[in-house]
Design a protein around this ligand. Structure first.
Ligand SMILES: NC(=O)c1ccc[n+]([C@@H]2O[C@H](COP(=O)([O-])OP(=O)(O)OC[C@H]3O[C@@H](n4cnc5c(N)ncnc54)[C@H](OP(=O)(O)O)[C@@H]3O)[C@@H](O)[C@H]2O)c1
Length: 331
């Protein structure tokens, strides 16, 4: 069967999606980014992957977040991305802001993990091959390595940018002091850190990382805004067979404690009063802080993505609603 050529929505930049500046850089990121951690690997249905990236692009999402080991299995999310570029997205490369990372375990032996120059350089070369790209827009050191001099990791990021393999450099999951060091080092070497990617949702907040980045004019990209699906209606009536928890990938049944379930129900009630889904409210909560440049969503269907895109219509929070959310979560 001959597939029809993808033709993106003509109104994709019609003012619904917000674009936020990353720190004091020249880069605007879409308020929502699409993440490839779980739903784009070799076990995922390619037609569904294609429908999701088209839905994202049609709705003004310009930012696509990958890492070397996203899948499952490792590397296969980048391979899917390469296929998506080949089948439909290549004409829009310059409208896309594509990121990848290295820092967690990727291949066996001493050079496939953490933060050495050897690992970061060879991993990015592998990623570019899998993604069928000449360069990525942003390359991240995925985590702080306590055993590698931070100068070495940061210099590798500088050299990657100077080699034209990435246009910008960023860090992810760094403790505060190391983040400040990286911001200073990168700035001193004329490759200012574009953003810090951190976990941020109503439950896990990482306020100090947010404030440190803002203090240093660095953007903040938030991941797991829905706590991997816990901050949605997904688990209110058991564990759906097609869920991340049922697949036991990074989210397990023991997280559904009675206390958490009652908190989720209380949050659901606040979302009902606001006239939105819990997922929408959870995303709105992350986006309400102006320091947040973009929130990375990880969806397993177009229906979830459409639900999440409705956050762009969310009303601002009242002080009373924010206080109730804090009180439900003992924050
Ligand atoms: N830098 C890092 O270390 C790091 C770490 C983690 C993630 N990330 C990035 O951040 C991205 C997002 O992380 P995440 O996947 O944990 O994000 P998340 O948005 O917290 O969770 C995504 C999951 O929530 C469920 N979901 C999404 N929208 C929903 C909706 N409207 N209603 C009900 N359920 C919904 C889906 O679960 P089901 O699959 O069960 O349907 C989906 O797979 C990743 O893809 C990755 O790019 C980075």
């Amino acid at each position: 069967m001959i597939e029809s050529i993808y033709s993106p929505a003509a109104n994709r930049y019609d003012g619904v999606m917000q674009y936020r500046r990353s720190g004091k850089s020249g880069i605007l990121m879409s308020a929502l980014s699409l993440g490839f951690w779980h739903n784009f690997g070799s076990i995922s249905n390619f037609a569904n992957c294609k429908a999701m990236i088209h839905c994202a692009f049609d709705n003004g999402i310009t930012c696509y977040d990958l890492a070397n080991n996203y899948g499952p299995t490792y590397g296969t999310a980048e391979e899917t991305f390469g296929r998506l570029m080949d089948v439909s997205m290549r004409p829009y490369r310059d409208e896309m802001f594509i990121t990848t990372k290295a820092g967690y375990d990727m291949w066996p032996g001493p050079y496939g993990d953490f933060g050495s120059r050897k690992y970061l350089m060879s991993s990015l070369d592998q990623s570019l091959k899998r993604m069928h790209l000449d360069y990525v827009d942003l390359f991240y050191s995925h985590r702080f390595d306590p055993n590698t001099p931070l100068e070495e990791t940061c210099q590798a990021l500088v050299d990657i940018v100077r080699a034209g393999k990435a246009l910008y450099a960023g860090i992810s999951n760094y403790p505060d002091e190391a983040a400040r060091f990286a911001y200073d080092y990168l700035k001193a070497h004329d490759v200012p850190c574009l953003c810090h990617q951190i976990k941020r949702n109503m439950i896990v907040r990482n306020d100090s990382a947010l404030e440190t980045a803002a203090d240093c004019n660095v953007g903040v990209v938030a991941f797991s805004p829905l706590a991997q699906g816990l901050l949605t209606n997904r688990y209110l009536n058991g564990i759906p067979a097609d869920s991340r928890m049922a697949r036991r990938e990074a989210l397990t049944e023991d997280s559904l404690t009675p206390e958490l379930m009652s908190q989720i129900r209380a949050l659901q009630q606040i979302a009902d009063e606001r006239g939105e889904s819990l997922a929408q409210m959870a995303l709105a909560w992350v986006l309400h802080r102006k320091e947040v440049t973009s929130v990375i969503i990880g969806t397993s269907s177009v229906a979830q993505m459409k639900d999440n895109l409705k956050v762009l219509e969310s009303q601002p929070f009242s002080d009373e609603q924010l206080a109730r959310i804090d009180s439900v979560l003992n924050a």
